[in-house]
Every structure is written in C-alpha cells, then in structure tokens.
Design a protein around this ligand. Structure first.
Ligand code: MTE
Ligand code: HPA
Ligand code: MOS
Length: 748
C-alpha cells in the first residue's frame, strides 16, 4: 500500500536531502563567496591545513551556463556579485568546514557596481541583443486614438523562499562515476553541468531526486551549481560530500524573480477600445544569463495579458547587473508583463474617468482573435470566466457594498479590482516539450512509475498516479511513484512551465495504455475469449459486465509465468507547436489557461496597513484530475502572487548588498494575511492536450495576485481622489502610506 504525498507530509514521514542517512566518511562543504559585488581577486591565501578547492582544481570546464555559456562554477580572476562562489571548503564536520572557511584570507580590488537595469543599459551591459515583437503599426494607430497615455512602471523582484534550501549529497563511485542526490527541478541540468565540470561523460553521473521542499522555479537552474560543487568536492576527495546552504547563504547567493523597469504607451478610443500598445521591458538579469533570455521571451508573449490589441510593439532588454543571477520564478516573466499592461489600463481609466474594469471587459480576447505573436485564440474561456464572477459571486453587489462602506467610513477605505488571466502552456523552447515514463508491474501486482517529473509540493506525483490508476483500472495504493532519476528517465526537461503533469502524465498514460492492452490480451488468452470482450477495472478482470473471477494480482502473476513483459517505457512530445524566431511569430503554446478574479481589499488610511479581504475566482481547469490539488495550487499561487506585489520587498544597497537578508527584514504573507479565497471551477472546458482533458495549474493562478495591487490602489483612490500615482511594486504599507499622504487636506 503506497501512501500519497499529503499523508507522508502530515505524518512527518517525508524525507528531504537534509534527512537522508549519510554514508560513512561523508565530508561537509561550505562555500566561500564574494563579499564584494564587482572587482578583481588580487590573491587568496588558503592555510596549509585547510582543504579547499578553487577553479584551478576543476578537471573539466569551469562553465555551467545553461542557455548562454557565461557562468563560472567558481570565480576565476573577477567577481561580479556578492555571494558569487569562489572556493569550496571541506571538512569532516560542517562546523569545521565553516571555521576553516573563516581562516582563508583574501584581497580584492573593488570596482564600481551597477544594480539598476536602466543604468546597465546606458552602459551597454546586456545579456543578449534586445528582442522586438510586433504586429500592425503602433505609430499610425496612436494618431487615431482619443487617449494616449505614457508612463513608467517599477516592478520588484521576489525571493523564492522554498522551505528546503539548496542541498545535495554526492557519492563517488568506481570508474570516475558519481551519484548525486539533489534538490533540483532539473536532474538532467545537474547531470550535464556536473559531467562538464568533472570532464567525464554524462553516463558517469547519476542524479536522483526524491522530492523538493518547494522549488517555485528557484531550483530549475540554480540547484545546479551546488550539486556540481558537491560532486566536484566528492570526486576530488574521493569521499561522499554533503552541501546544504543555510537560509542566509541561500538568500545571499541565489538569484530571485527578476525586477523589471518598464515604459509603456497605450492608446484608446473614447469608447475604451485599446488600439495600440507599446512597452519596453528592462529586465534586471543579474551577473549572468541563467534563464533570463527565456524569461524575457515569456514576458513578450504575455505583454497583452488577456486583451486583443491590433497594434502592438514590445521591446525586451536583458540587462546585466552586479547582482546574483536572477532566475525562473512561478510565471517565468509573465507576471511582470501582465502587471505592466494592467498598470497602463489603470492609468488610462483614470484619465478617461471610468473604472478600469470597463476597459478590461471591452478588450477581452474572443474566440478566433489572434495573439500578437501570431497564435490563434482557441477554446477561449476568458470571457466565460469573467461573466462567471457575476454569476457565482454577484460582484456587482459587492461593488455597491464597497461604495457604501467608503461613503460611511473616514478612516478605512475599501477597494476592488478585476484581473483576467491568460497564460500559455508549453515551454517556449520547443525542444523542451518532451517527457518519458517507465512503468514496471511487479509479480505481486504492485506498480512502480518513473517519469521525468519532480515532485515539489505541486502534486505532480499524485496526478500521475491517478492517470496510471485510471488507465490500468487499479486502485491508487498499488502505485508507487519512484524517485526522479537520470538512469530511468534520461534527457529530461526541468519540471517547470506548469507542464510536468501534462508532459509526464501523457507519457505515463501512453505506457499504461500499452500495458493495459497487453494484459487484456493475456486475460483473453487465459479465459479463451477475444481480448475485446475483456475489461480490467476495480482491480479485477471482467468479461462483458461479469467478473471473471480473476483479480489484478492473479492476472499479473499469470502474465509473468506466460513470459509477457510487465514493463513499458513511453515517450511524449507535444504536437502542434512551433515558433519562428526570425519573425517572432508562431504557435508556441499547445493551449492557454484562462481565468478571472475579483479582489477586495481594505486599507487603514492613517497607518497605510491593509488587508486583502477576499479573492473570488472563476478558473478554467479543463477537467480537473484532482480538485484538492488544483484548489491547493490556486490558493498557494494567489497568496504567493499577492506577496510579490504587497509585502515582499527585496532591498539592496548601492554596493549590491542584499539588506533584506533574513526573515526579519523580508516579509512574506502568512496564514493571517491570507484572504478568503472563493474558487469556482469553470464548467464545460475540455483540453485536448491534457491527460484526461485536464489543464496545467502550477503557475497561472499566481497572476491573480496582480488584482490585489490594483484593488489596494482603488482603496487608496477612494481616499485621495483620482490623482496620478506612480506605479511601483511592491505596495508595502510604507509605500501605501506615502500615496495616502498625497491627499489634500482642507484646513479647518
Ligand atoms: N507548488 C508547490 N507546492 N511547490 C512548488 O515549488 N512550483 C510552481 C508550481 N507550483 C511549486 C508549486 C512552479 S514555478 C511550477 S512551474 C509548477 O508548480 C511546476 O509543476 P507542474 O508542472 O507539475 O505544475
Ligand atoms: N517556462 C519555464 N521554464 C522554461 C521555459 C518556460 O517557458 N522555457 C525554458 N525554460
Ligand atoms: Mo516554474 S518558474 O516554470 O519552475
């Protein structure tokens, strides 16, 4: 009987890398990192009795860049951010490794640091050449508009704050091999980088992942350096090595969601139709590319959120700064793009003296429209979700109540906002849209399933179990999800882009269907009936409607004795996707996820403190595989999205030092800050690309959090009037107070 993740979590039975039983002779590593954001290493003096490895000890290449080869595993002559790894210090205990690290002396020549993307752009410090997406002719269209609004938006980053910090254990084996246990979303990325660093073939590196205590994108690319350092130390020492970052090290050394600075220009008719939109995104990439260019590309795809706009031009500029390399984070650049257009609509509504929702509703995507990158809008549900808000939550009544509240309250004001979402599902790099599954049925009828998916709290393992159980016709507890391991699933894409359940679930479904077919034929042979009369469900073999008297265990055992293979491996690649980067047009996404939310908030006008009171959502889940998981993902995403735009503020000083470097200075939403979340599952949505017609869920709900920001602005507006605010996220209580102080008070 195999338990599901939830049961293991609540019983405290689930294991994470830090819980693993260590082999004898395991050593511990601690990383010496740069204390300056930019400069030259003049010298490092490692005492003779300290075991430490620098880039000079690397037998292979000192290069771990994923998309662009621009990232050293260990710094050479130059350092480019505070927290950049310089040396790996190892010892028999963690305490000794840390004490030894403090005995290393070094000297730097410090250079000026650049932390702002626009400043980096002015100096020509770019990760890659700018990209442009466009349709129609914005210049001509602006001339026909009754309203043209231009402004700037500042968007803060976000710390992933996965509960489990970056961690790995590496165990050297024979013939230059190494086995790595890593908390990574991308076992193959760890395998590939480690092989390169060690100068060995990929088949010498085995990566195994049990589960993650959260990833949220922060372990898509950035689990790799720690695993590779751990493996490097293990291989050089010829001993097992464990490397786990402390919370403060993790906060200091790893990249975050990209802060953006953006300019936009939006043009509308007096009826509120958006005719043209331009945006320039300055992405703060940090010191190396990491996934920044792919993230910026998703920003471009989501620049128009859920709206049809006939003339669009967007420019994306990835700027190199002296900060840790920023990386994937739930939404992958989409949230920043959607925040910018929502800012533009908020400002336009102010100018036109209408409510933002009037503009939003008028421009919602419709079936058969085209996204500005050339994809046709198919099975469009955003209008249905928007209408569903009135049907299910009677939001018009809520708006009236808010107005009444504001008329009769001086010290508190309420606000509201609508937020539609449309999120493209598929990796935007086409080749990543593939996955494999390997299913073994053992002679006692129990089943082991290996895929490329990594369980990180999002429930992908449970979804795959459900798919396999449904396909085989057996109960869930017969099915065990195995670890994600590079020898059982090779050349894996990261568990990311909300696509893990789709890609791996579809691969598992193909394998399970093949096994089912084989076992049905076998049952036919045993029962001397044609296979088409046989059905397997409820753990039994049926002939027509009648039980055959043979149960699953017996069937499996008989099949084994008849020498029928009880193993199947399958591969899935998403069909119908393509994208031409020379013109930036195509059909990059298999499908889109749609939804709409209505967010209510309340602010204390004297103190600037606020509450997000409720989030009402109508969301398109397709045919949900598991309502509890999908609800959990929706709630978690919403709270994380609200946190990004309200409480969570990353602060750096001008020297690039992270000031919000602990949980006393970096505030995340807790259960008391969590609003009441009401979710309605949109009916009648069937997704041809998802297993059993389901839809991806991991990232899209994050973007409902944007509604919290504009709901708060609406509350502030109810107090200060229709003045022109600067849009700068996160809207911390301090920033809210500064906006509230713009009210012109009439002297008595
Ligand atoms: N949910 C939990 N509990 N923990 C996580 O780390 N990551 C999110 C989302 N939900 C995450 C999560 C991100 S960034 C992605 S891309 C998806 O889960 C990935 O999993 P999926 O493809 O199985 O949805
Ligand atoms: N999402 C997440 N990770 C990715 C993507 C994406 O679209 N493309 C490449 N890595
Ligand atoms: Mo998610 S940001 O694609 O790991």
């Amino acid at each position: 009987m195999s338990k599901n993740e939830i049961e293991k979590h609540v019983k405290g039975e689930s294991l994470f890398v830090d819980d693993f039983t260590l082999p004898d002779r395991t050593w511990f590593a601690s990383i010496l990192d740069s204390p300056i954001a930019h400069g030259k290493i003049k010298h490092i003096n490692i005492p003779a009795d300290v075991r430490a490895f620098t880039y000079r000890d690397i037998p292979g290449e000192n290069q771990i860049g994923n998309i662009i080869q621009d990232e050293h595993l260990l710094a050479e002559e130059e350092v480019n951010y505070i927290g950049e790894p310089i040396a790996i210090v190892v010892a028999e205990t963690q305490e000794k490794a840390e004490a030894d690290k403090r005995r290393i002396e070094f000297e730097f020549e410090e250079h000026e640091a650049v932390t702002e993307p626009r400043e980096a752009f002015r100096r020509g410090m770019l990760i890659a050449p700018p990209v442009i997406f466009s349709i129609g002719n914005t210049e001509e269209a602006f001339n026909q508009c009754d309203y043209v609004i231009e402004d700037k938006v500042e968007i803060g980053g976000q710390e992933h704050l996965y509960l489990e910090t970056q961690a790995s254990i590496a165990i050297p084996g024979e013939d230059e091999s190494v086995k790595i246990y890593s908390s990574t979303q991308s076992p193959t990325a760890v395998q590939r980088a480690t092989a390169k660093v060690l100068g060995v073939a990929m088949n010498k590196v085995e990566v195994d992942v049990l589960r993650l205590g959260g990833g949220f994108g922060g372990k898509e690319d950035q689990a790799t350096p720690w695993a590779a350092m751990c493996a490097l130390a293990a291989s050089l020492l010829n001993k097992p090595v464990k490397l786990r970052l402390s919370r403060q090290e993790d906060l200091r050394m790893t990249g975050k969601r990209h802060p953006y600075s953006a300019d936009y220009k939006i043009g509308l008719t007096k009826e509120g139709k958006i005719l043209a939109y331009e945006a320039t995104f300055y992405q703060n990439a940090g010191a190396c590319a990491d996934l920044s260019t792919a993230i910026l590309e998703r920003t471009m795809f989501h620049a128009t959120n859920s709206y049809f706009i006939p003339n669009v031009k967007t420019t994306g500029i990835s700027c190199k700064t002296n900060l840790p390399p920023n990386t994937a984070f739930r939404g992958f650049g989409g949230p920043q793009a959607m925040f910018v257009i929502e800012s533009a609509i908020f400002k336009a509504a102010r100018q036109m003296n209408v409510e933002p929702y009037e503009i939003q509703r008028k421009n919602l995507l419709k079936e058969g429209d085209y996204f500005y990158y050339g994809q046709k809008v198919e099975r469009c549900k955003v209008g249905k979700c928007w209408e569903g808000l009135e049907k299910n939550f009677v939001v018009s009544k809520k708006i009236e109540e808010i107005k009444k509240f504001n008329d009769s309250n001086k010290l508190f004001k309420k606000g509201f906002a609508f937020i539609p979402i449309t999120f493209g599902i598929s990796f935007t790099s086409k080749f990543l849209n593939q996955a494999s599954a390997l299913i073994h049925i053992y002679t006692d009828g129990s089943v082991g399933v290996s895929t490329a998916a990594v369980e990180m709290g999002q429930g992908v393992n449970e979804k795959i179990r459900i798919i396999v159980a449904k396909a085989l016709g057996i109960s869930l507890n017969k099915i065990k999800m195995e670890t994600t391991n590079t020898t059982r699933a090779a050349n894996t894409s990261p568990t990311a882009a909300s696509s893990a359940a789709d890609l791996n679930g579809n691969a598992a479904l193909i394998a399970a269907n093949e096994l089912k077919k084989r076992l049905t034929e076998t049952a036919g042979r045993i029962l001397k009936t044609p296979g088409e009369n046989i059905a397997i469900y409820k753990d039994k073999v049926w002939v027509g409607e009648k039980s055959s008297g043979i149960n699953w265990e017996e069937l499996v055992n008989r099949a084994y004795l008849m020498r029928v293979s009880l193993t199947e491996q399958a591969f899935y690649a998403t069909p119908d996707i393509h994208f031409n980067r020379s013109v930036n047009k195509g059909r990059p996404f298999a499908y889109h996820v749609f939804g709409a939310a209505f967010v209510v908030s309340k602010i204390d006008v004297l103190r600037g403190v606020y509450e997000i009171e409720e989030v009402n959502v109508v969301h398109d889940y397709g045919e949900s595989l598991n309502i509890t998981i999908d609800k959990g993902q929706t709630e978690g995403g919403i709270v994380q999205g609200i946190g990004w735009l309200t409480l969570e503020e990353l602060a750096q000083n001008e020297e690039g030092k992270l000031l919000s470097n602990s949980l006393s200075t970096y505030k995340i939403p807790d259960i008391y800050f969590t609003p009441k979340i009401n979710i309605h599952f949109l009916e009648g949505s069937k997704n041809p690309y998802g297993p059993f017609k389901s839809k991806a869920i991991g990232e899209p709900p994050f973007m409902y959090g944007i509604g919290a920001y504009f709901s708060l602005l609406s509350a502030i507006k109810a107090y200060v009037g229709n003045i022109d605010f600067k849009i700068h996220s996160p809207l911390t209580p301090e920033r809210a107070l500064s906006l509230l102080s713009k009210k012109k008070l009439v002297k008595a």
